[in-house]
Design a protein around this ligand. Sequence first.
Ligand SMILES: Nc1ccn([C@@H]2O[C@H](COP(=O)(O)O)[C@@H](O)[C@H]2O)c(=O)n1
Ligand SMILES: C[C@@]1(CO)OP(=O)(O)OP(=O)(O)OC[C@H]1O
Length: 141
Amino acid sequence: MWLAGLEWPGERGLSGHSDGDAVAHAICDALLAAAGLGDIGGMFGTADPRFSGAHGEVFLAETVRRLAAAGWRVGNVSVQVVGNRPKLAPRRAEAEALLTGIVGAPVSVAATTTDGLGFTGRGEGVTAIATALIVPASGRA
Ligand SMILES: Nc1ccn([C@@H]2O[C@H](COP(=O)(O)O)[C@@H](O)[C@H]2O)c(=O)n1
Ligand SMILES: C[C@@]1(CO)OP(=O)(O)OP(=O)(O)OC[C@H]1O
């Protein structure tokens, strides 16, 4: 499994055209939507073989670049993982440091189980929900 930019040995990977990193993808969606630039599915389509198996940092770095080209910079990002596994807390600092480095602004990572409820509670998948603050880059009208 790849999640939050990290590999999780022994965890069943999430399905996807890319590496399935739902945390990285949620951050991209939050940033792109905040800037009015659409979403990750519209920007990096599954029809493009360059993104087959691609890691989250590929999408994050290009998303930040697209925001900058549109006159935005990232203030900070918060992302919440909903699911039983993997247990994020032991690697929270590692994930935050990695994502912060890629995004170029503070990224915080929270996690919660659903106390056994729903598809995440049954261990069938993971949900990631991100919120992003973006600010006009200097010189932007
Ligand atoms: N995948 C997860 C889910 C939760 N945690 C941490 O466990 C603590 C308790 O979670 P609740 O379900 O009671 O919200 C919490 O501090 C989470 O950070 C985790 O590490 N990984
Ligand atoms: C990342 C992309 C492209 O490889 O594919 P997936 O890995 O399937 O991820 P998802 O968030 O479902 O959709 C966005 C796609 O553009």
